[in-house]
Write a new protein. Structure first.
Length: 145
């Protein structure tokens, strides 16, 4: 099994090298309206579960921010928005995801990845019996775009 550090570096490299390439089926649908929700909802790092943080900051530069989000069984992520990002699943599981399209159960297999233009809002709950861990890498706007 790939070490967490190696997996993080792989996710980081893939994001920086090909942030616009679709890597797989996106479990988080693109909506493009994340900026609107930014003022009223927390971002993934600020959002938690029952008062506890579920995401930690791995690295932040002037170009990207990388998070690791960990969801043991029965733990979720309160309603939050996402800016454009790349995601990589270190450890898979089963999540119940609620968003503007409704509620669904989503298998999150280890090694899967996706890109997203942003998400207005969603919330998630680990309904499986294993801990699932994601890496989220968000490119920052440089002002030169």
């Amino acid at each position: 099994m790939m070490s967490r550090v190696a997996a993080y570096l792989t996710a980081f490299a893939v994001c920086c090298a090909a942030a616009s390439a679709q890597q797989g089926e996106n479990p988080i649908p693109s909506s493009g309206g994340a900026i609107i929700m930014k003022k009223s909802l927390p971002d993934p790092l600020e959002a938690g579960w029952e008062g506890e943080k579920v995401c930690e900051l791995l690295q932040e530069t002037d170009k990207v921010r990388a998070l690791q989000c960990t969801f043991p069984p029965g733990v979720g992520h309160e309603r939050h928005f996402h800016s454009a990002h790349f995601g990589y699943i270190l450890e898979g599981g089963t999540m119940r995801i609620k968003d503007a399209n409704g509620t669904r159960e989503q298998e999150t297999p280890a090694g899967a990845s996706w890109t997203s233009d942003g998400v207005d809002w969603h919330e998630a709950l680990n309904i499986g019996d294993t801990t699932t861990v994601y890496i989220i890498v968000e490119p920052k706007r440089t002002g030169k775009e």
